[in-house]
Design a protein around this ligand. Sequence first.
Ligand code: M6R
Length: 610
Amino acid sequence: MCGIVGYIGNKQVLPILIQGLRRLEYRGYDSAGVAILDNSKQTAVNRVRSVGKIDNLADKVKTEKMEGTVGIAHTRWATHGGVTEENAHPHFGCDEKLVIAHNGIIENYRELKEVLEKDHTFTSQTDTEILAHLIETHYKGDLRMAVETALSHVRGTYGLVVLHADHPGTIIAARLGSPLVIGIGEDEHFVASDATPMLAYTKKVVFLDDGEIAEIHKDGFVTYDLKDKIITKHVEEIEWDDEQAQKQGYDHFMLKEIFDQPTVFEDAIRGRYDIDEGTAHLGGLNMNDEEMRRVNRIVLIACGTASYAAMVGKYAFERLAGIPTEVDVASEFRYRDPIIDSNTLVFAISQSGETLDTLAAVREAKRKGAFVRGIVNVVGSTIARETDGGTYIHAGPELAVASTKAYTNMVAIMVLYAIQFGRLKRITLATGQRLINALLEIPEKMNLVFEQNENIKKLAEKYKNYRDFLFLGRGINYPVALEGSLKLKEISYIHSEAYPGGEMKHGPIALLSKDFPVFAIMVKDQLYDKMRSNIEEIRARKAPIILVATQGDERAKELAEDIIYVPDTMELLEPLLNTIPLQLFAYHVAVMLGRDVDRPRNLAKSVTVE
Ligand code: M6R
């Protein structure tokens, strides 16, 4: 849940570290710090830390003399100890020669601290500082060995980087449960929690695996396992460029990412469908037709927005392939002794590929003998690597904490999978072709939804001061309502709930009044009339109504004056369009309320704690 960046080379390291932290700020942003080996006195480490966003740290370092070409930095999302400068990373050992930045949780930190406290002085409440002192205890001149020995006493998770003033040409990096990537440049090397801090300098990267420790120098690196055996690593080329990771003229990453959707949707489906056969080919499934036919149950595990995408996927799998499909929130799945057999196919769905709950659920499912496939955005992420195959959703870097384009592409991939299974099991060539043609029209139709942006902005202005919202949808638009409600609450901090339209009369209707607006999705599909009746019930209670309705539905005007029109599409694909107005509404409300849209309070992009 924190971000780490390190550099060793010939350049002045401070701007690289600060810039790198800005790229990683989505991982946590309650405090930050840098530690740099002092070039003038090779035996000293200069450290500056500050509470708050990276901007605060950037201001603070301006007044410090921090020159050097080797350094590490960290942006924190607090787990142990409050948000204070003392608890911000990097942390020193006692003699201030050894410094460490860490992401993860040391579970046995209390036991370790009790022992260490006899000879070491602690200055923070963090679990990380224990690591600094533990490594210091084991340091006998060989830094990697000291880290390795210290880690053998640790229970928990870590991605960590260590510097020592006596080893100015070395950064040690180790990983267990929290991601670390090494970037390979010309006479320089990088290490970070993901590849974004290094993209401006190199696209050549190596992903550390759990239980690996790397000794990094400016001209190379060596990776070991924790038993000291050298591991040969595969160098990969990152496709994202630095510019892709920027805002490209939009005020916020979230807005850019909403508008990215038509393009990245095309990236998701390109080369993965076969119009002649009316089917899809997602090679990453690693199953032959016979194995696919044997699948008699699908379980989709995910968290947050990814779980709402999964709920759409359930409709697609059941309707097209006739395979009973369950959606399980990952944090529940792992603890409820799930029933899995060899004919159950499990998909783990995750933007970051690092969500701890989802990862733990993957491990649990594999332990029970399931085939687990990933539907993941971040290439080389832990879930991508730990699953038995799967498909990248190709949404590109998603930096806003609120997920938008990843959701769309997750849905796209699940629909493609459902078509692929469906063609083997029950849908006709014509149905397959109709679906693929409808998918191909989606980017253009998304652009039509964007034409509603000004209208949505006006609605945001009108509704921004309400304190509560109810989102309603039926059938495949129920997950859309859930997603719209999540978007609004997470970035605007306005309370909202989502219900299936038919459930309203079983309780939530009691909430309705002129002060409780309802955002309802009432598009022309098989549940249109049912949804209309629900809206009539709301009108009778005088609650303000915002409708998402199908272009050309004049009757919608009898029910509400505030309408966002969306193009018609096949029912299974409706969420790909209908979610967008809800994303834009949440965005505009949050901007108008002066919220930090890209980095809402209390949240982090990558949730790597339980
Ligand atoms: O990276 P993942 O897709 O696994 O993340 C899952 C959730 O943490 C994530 O979708 C979260 O709910 C977002 N803040 C939603 O906008």
